[in-house]
Each structure stands twice: as structure tokens, then as C-alpha cells.
Design a protein around this ligand. Sequence first.
Ligand code: GLN
Length: 535
Amino acid sequence: MPKEVRFIVVVGSLMSGLGKGITSASIGRILQGQGIKAVPIKFDGYLNVDCGTMNPFRHGEVFVLDDGTECDMDLGTYERFLNFDLKSENSMTGGKLFRYVIDKERKGGYLGYDVQIVPHLTNEIKRWVKKVGEDRDADVVLIEVGGTVGDLENGYFLEAMRQLALEEKVAFVQVTYVPTMDAVGEQKTKPTQHATRLLASLGIQPDVIVCREGEKLKQEAKKKISLFCNVPEEAIIDNPDVATIYEVPELFEKQGLGKLLMDKLDLKSRGRDMVEWTKLVEKIGKPRTEITIGITGKYTALKDSYVSIKEALVHAGAKLGCRASLKWIETTDIEEGKLKADDALKDCQGIIVPGGFGARGTEGKIECIRHARYHGVPYLGLCLGMQLAVVEYARNVCSLKNANSTEMDEKTENPVIDILPEQKTVTEKGATMRLGGQDVEIKEGTNAHKIYGALTARERFRHRYEVNPDYIERFEAGGLIFSGKAPKSNIMQVMELPGHAFFMGTQFHPELSSRLERPHPLFVAFVEAAMKMKK
Ligand code: GLN
């Protein structure tokens, strides 16, 4: 008999940025800690089919799943907390849903009917979430509704969730904000009262209210929210600011949130625990040593653009007992002569050049890479960061005049980075890059081999350009080692410099598959090298 699947729906009220993703992931993690399999789905109301065409400066990092889906960064949070791979079906956007329904209509899938938001679109939503639950053998499907209650964009989705509760066991979690207004420090609950009323007007009564605020939620505020929002006091969960997001599952668990949800959904604990997780969280809180890592980029104003890198450093740090503070370096300032790479990086024990697109800031990044290579500072280049490390080496070691990537300079004399052959005819922008999980063949005896401890690895990609195969021999003669490549093709996927403390570039994004309980070996080796540099 198939398992009965339950549903938890997390909605946000009042404003965005309350950490609904972290709340959802933490709920998933505490259920997992009880031996219950929670499979997440993120709903985003926008009409983009996926996040691939969005600017990370506006929207935060584009996360890439193993199956190649370009999605919201919350899916990254889920993977980091739950430690299993998600798929396209775990990311649902307005665009994807409408496209599905319209395609189905064209094929005669609703023959005879005028296709409507209710019931056709809402039925497809319910069918989707139930199917994910069944296919993934979930105990619980954990649905996070993007945006805020009251947005036009997610109205039909909330309606589908209301209907779902008529058919299945569903628990609703409302995330809200409790501001402190005056000098006395009174926590104001009225906004939450209004927000819950708004939710009630859509036919949804929350079972749990998670309150975000700077300081701990006071008893008085809790009482008021309980009374006016019609939720028992024990189901008003406090979510104050904490030092690390990985503390949140325990913070919730201490308040009995796991049991509360399990009781509501008629689920029994299967008695696993979170001992390892707790140990790692403690290690994050009490590092033995600290290092500074310089990260370059043009989106430095929005740290969300690089959230996976930030977290991968936390994971490696938790393993090694080290806290990495990040120094963000705006490379356009270096290009414009306002800042010198040597000055900007002199107090950094490691340098990361992350992925990116377009020419702006690249000459500044190349300057930073030169600094790392020249001064023996550990360097990790991610995707564009590998490509630019190759450009830097071409120019300054192999004397290839004006070497560049054709992405930055189409007419460069030495196109050491060039467009992938299969990309030449691509005209559409959505989901057309070389995307998702691919195998990497590691070269024996290299640093990469030592780090991975294996001759193959699986890593996630998102790019259109590659090391130009015509130059590989020249680079190798010049001392650069390509220690990872695509099996059966000539795509270079890892580069390294021997005789340097740590100098590696990857055409893939190791940050996307790093997790607290499974830190990525390249990040671990990089942080280790930076720790040595500190000594
Ligand atoms: N712009 C480069 C490419 O398309 C690098 C992409 C990236 O850093 N993700 O190949």
C-alpha cells in the first residue's frame, strides 16, 4: 500500500526577507532528525519558467540542481540542510505552471472546457505536489510559498493549498515579523494580527506562527498573538536572530515544533537524532582560528548573490574548526584605478574569484588572480574564476599577448577561452547553457586527485565558454596542469598550478554541492591552505 503523504505549507506574511527558506529547511531538518522524510517544494509566483534568466543582483544567486534546473536559492538552502539532491519538480514557478497548463490545453487536455484558474490550474498544483510526494516516497511534502500573503502573484497558489487541506492532512505555518517600536522595547503584535486575518480571509488558519524578531519573543507578545490569531501559545514559535542559520533547527526543536507538527499530521517519531548536526553547529560557534578570504565580484553589494560560496566556507570551517570572515572586493574599483589589488588583498589568506558573466570587472579580477599567483596566496577560481586564471597565466607566464576570453573580447589575438562548439548556434537564453551535474575525470597524481581521493567526481556546471583546446598543449608546456576533464571530450574542468600553496580553478561550481554534513573537499583543502598561510 502506498504511504500516506502529509503536507506542511509555509507562508510568509507582512514582508519578504524573513527567512522563510531557512524556516522551511529547518522544519525539514527536524523532521528528518525524527526519521521522517520531508521533501521540499518551493513555489515562486513569477512568470519566469526558471531563474536562469534572472540577475543575481536583483534576485540572489541562481542555484543549479544536478538535473540542470536553474532555480531559486532557497533550493540551495534545502539541499544544504537536508543533504539530498533535489530535482526540477521541487521548484515550481508561475511560469512553469502556466506553461504546463497552456501546453496541455493545446493538446486537448481539457477538451470541452474553458480553462480556469479554479479548478484547472489549482487542480494541476494539487496533482503536482501529491505526485512529488508519491514519487519521492515522502512522509511529508514541505511546501514553501514564495512572496507574501496578499500578493496577486501567489493568490491562486494559496487557493490550491486551501483546497488541498480539504483532501489531505495539511499543517499551515505562517512566518511573520514582530517589530519593536519604542525605547521601552515593546514588541508590536498588531501587524501579525492583521496578517493572520488576511490569511483567514483566504480560508487558511495557521496551525503554527513563527515570529521573526531581533531579540527573544516576550511572553506578553506571545500571549497576544495566541489570543488574537487563534493559535495555541505553544504553537507560537520564537525565531530571533542567531549566530548561524544552522542553529535554527535546534532552536525550533527546543520549542517543541517537531512534535507539534507531527501530532497535527498524525505522524510518529522514528527516533533518530541530530547528534552530528549539533556537534557541527557547536564547532561553527567556537572556532579555534580565524582567516580572511577575499571574494571578488561585481555583485558584492548583494551578498545573496554568492550565498553558496559563503555557506561552503562555513561547512569547511565547521569541519576544520575555523571561521572564515569574508572581505568583498569590488573589482570595478580596481579597474578604475580607485583600488590596488595588492592593497585590497594584503590581509587575505585566501582568494576566491566566483562565477560571473560579461566583461565588467574582469580586468580587476585578473589583477587579483595575479596577486594570488605571485604572492603564493591560496586561490580558488570558480567557473569564470578558472577561466580568468587561465587568461592571467596566458598573459603573464606564457606571454600570449592580449590573451582573453571571447566572452570579454570577441576579437582577441589569443582566444584562450572560447565558446563551447555546441553553444555557437544557441540563440535562446533560457536553460541553454551547459548545465547541471556532469562527470569529471581526475588526473592521477595531481593535487585534485589528492583532494578528491578518487579518479572521478560529479560536479555541477553552468557555462557557455571553455578553455580553448587549441591552447592546451602550450599551457601544459608552460607548467599549468589540467587535472580534471570531461570524459570522452576535450573540455577542461579543473586546473591547478604545481609548486603553489593552493592554486586551483574549476569549470564547475563545487559550492553548489557542499553541505554542512558533507563539506566539499575542494573548499576543505582551500580553507586548510589558508589556515597554513595564516601561521
Ligand atoms: N561566463 C562564463 C561562461 O559562460 C562563466 C560562467 C560562470 O561563471 N558560471 O562560461
